[in-house]
Design a protein around this ligand. Structure first.
Ligand code: F6R
Length: 607
């Protein structure tokens, strides 16, 4: 969703800002703009892509201080006028903003009463007018005055013609980073925009502001008292943030192929063969505290929620603690009872998803303990939790999540193992799981080697307008995630169902036009699953069956995709991987932009 960049230094700001905005494209957006401070503040903004903005950028838009933005429409449609930066009517102040100002309607009405002409439908514009109307003598003071009037979430950056040496930024709920260069400084809402220039960054905390000039930055609170936030070197490989095709392939493809390596990284240093357990130091919970956990509640959104369901099964099976997963977006609104002996687990790739973040804050406000399974280091969710597990998947650029999800699964397996081993899980079972986890990278590789066959199956599926993905118990969240991936990038209607529930309604939809992708692991339910497949086949429904080599499908007419067996608790991960390839090849067949599916954003930072 929305992205912010900023620059103060010796270079011409406009092209640099536009280039940095291009590095935020994967987040999803519908318009883009920049403001540059020269002798005055000049703004160029457009609905459309960053390249459209680059085309209309005036040649002589010179200035060494500036801010830029990619907008994902919330208040008002994607038009030139609603694109950021927003200015006051004199044009002295320019503002870019991520998040939502909740009391914008009241503030807009007040400005209109005062005769202030409003140029856009946005909540952000009011902020520019409020800054311009403050009589504080510093830009910092003006921004604080404006913040005092607004309620809501924000990451924002402000420039002002009267203070041409600086960008002032503020954070409350939307991430903001300051990057330190050599006599130049950067601002961004996402590390991806900075890494080409610097890997020395400071993460602002909620409630913090910063003044950024060419020589450095200072941080402070709303009462203008200084804070001590410092920049540190982050250990990242800038090339991992590159966008666009890699060797002619979309990022989603390279990210799927990275999974053996990312799963290996997620496991590294966390398995203890001697005691047949896992060590997750970041949990900050000793064995006594882990034993005191009576229930586990997992919260995430979208695919993270589906992997959360896989995680809940792992925890129940291995630790024998009741566990379930719930969409974070629903949890917060049903006034949940927060129990002191429940361990809450927030799961998120980006660490920015607003629904998950707000659920974490709600639980903590009510005294609950929350741990995070998060990929992005230092992200809002990681910081809001009491402890947690970093996923180490590496940067994920494609909107459709793949490698982050498989590392989430590994994170849950490690947590289940550690929780289990301080309770009733035997040494033998612990060893079995440790060995199984160690086998995963090579087995994922094996699944990926089956791409050709999966691509063939995908071509046939892409022709269908509507599909079912079915599974039972451990296989059901796999089916849900498979359907999610398929609909996200192929735009086909894909519905997940428990195989056991088909007879209770959806079987009526089965026909030669409606194929079913079935998840049939070799487990205690195989016979029942195979019987259900025959019922589908008898009604002419085409079948793709993701299964294990030993499973006997009899005379069934079906396209079969075999994945290697692991321990039954860990099988869901290996069953998930072919479904990623299935979705990917269906989307390619249909000619879609795999990395930028329509209507979707990589990080969902508004409710
Ligand atoms: C699916 C997908 C989304 C995300 C969801 C949560 O491919 O990417 O469903 O899983 O928006 O995002 P994070 O994990 O960043 O909280």
């Amino acid at each position: 969703m929305c992205g912010i960049v900023g620059y103060v230094g010796g270079q011409n700001a406009a092209p640099l800002l536009v280039e940095a905005l291009g590095r935020l494209e994967h987040r999803g957006y519908d318009s883009a703009g920049v403001a540059v401070v020269g002798s005055q503040v000049r703004v160029t903004k457009r609905a459309g892509r960053v390249r459209d903005l680059a085309e209309v950028l005036p040649k002589r838009m010179s200035g060494r201080v500036g801010i830029g933005h990619t907008r994902w429409a919330t208040h008002g449609p994607a038009t030139d006028a609603n694109a950021h930066p927003h200015t006051d009517e004199s044009g002295a102040v320019a503002v870019v903003h991520n998040g939502i100002i909740d009391n914008a309607a009241a503030l807009r009405a007040r400005l209109v009463d005062q005769g202030v002409p409003l140029a856009s439908d946005t909540d952000t514009e009011v902020f520019a007018h409020l800054v311009a109307r403050s009589d504080a003598d510093t830009l910092e003071g003006k921004v604080v005055d404006a913040l005092d009037a607004v309620e809501g979430t924000y990451g924002l950056a402000v420039v002002h013609a009267d203070f041409p040496d600086r960008v002032v930024v503020a954070r409350n709920g939307s991430p903001l980073l300051v990057g330190v260069g050599d006599k130049e400084m950067f601002v961004a809402s996402d590390l991806a925009a900075l890494v080409r220039h610097t890997t020395t960054v400071a993460h602002l905390a909620d409630g913090e502001l910063a003044t950024v000039t060419a020589s450095g930055f200072t941080t402070f609170r709303r009462d203008l008292t200084r804070t001590q936030t410092t920049a540190r070197e982050v250990d990242v490989d800038p090339s991992a943030y590159e966008h666009g095709l890699v060797d002619g392939r979309p990022r989603m493809y390279t990210e799927m192929l990275e999974q053996p390596a990312s799963v290996e990284r997620a496991l590294r240093g966390r398995l203890d063969e001697r005691f047949a357990t896992a060590h997750l130091g970041g949990l900050e919970m000793d064995a006594r505290e882990l034993r005191a956990v009576r229930r586990v509640k997992i919260l995430g959104c979208g695919s993270a929620y589906y992997v959360g369901q896989m995680g809940a099964s792992l925890i129940e099976e291995l630790a024998r603690v009741p566990a379930d997963a719930e969409p974070a977006s629903e949890f917060r609104y049903r006034s949940p009872v927060i129990e002191p002996d429940t361990l809450y687990v927030a799961v998120s790739q980006s660490g920015e998803t607003i629904d998950t973040l707000l659920a974490v804050e709600e639980i903590r406000r009510k005294g609950g303990r929350v741990i995070g399974l998060v990929n992005v280091v230092g992200s809002a969710i990681a910081r809001a939790c009491d402890g947690g597990i970093y996923l180490h998947a590496g940067p994920e650029i494609a909107v459709a999540s793949t490698k982050a999800l498989t590392t989430m699964f590994v994170g849950f397996a490690l947590l289940a193992l550690q929780l289990g081993r301080v309770r009733d899980l035997s040494v033998a079972d612990g060893r079995r799981l440790v060995a199984g986890l160690q086998d995963l990278p090579a087995q994922i590789e094996q699944v990926l080697e089956g791409e050709e066959r999966i691509a063939q199956a995908a071509k046939a599926l892409a022709a269908a307008e509507s599909l079912f993905f079915v599974g039972r118990v451990r296989g059901y969240p796999v089916a849900r995630e498979g359907a999610q991936k398929f609909k996200e990038i192929s735009y086909r209607h894909a519905e997940a169902y428990q195989m056991s529930e088909l007879k209770h309604g959806p079987l009526a939809l089965i026909s030669p036009e409606v194929p079913t992708v079935a998840i049939v692991p070799d487990d205690e339910l195989t016979d029942r699953n195979v019987a259900a497949l025959h019922e589908i086949a008898a009604r002419g429904g085409p079948l793709v069956v993701v299964t294990h080599p030993d499973v006997d499908l009899g005379e069934l007419r079906a396209e079969r995709i075999d994945v290697p067996r692991n321990e039954r608790e860990l099988d869901p991960l290996l069953l998930t991987v072919p479904l990623q390839l299935l979705a990917y090849h269906a989307a390619l067949t249909l000619g879609h932009d795999v990395d930028k599916p329509r209507n979707l954003a990589k990080s969902v930072t508004v409710e």
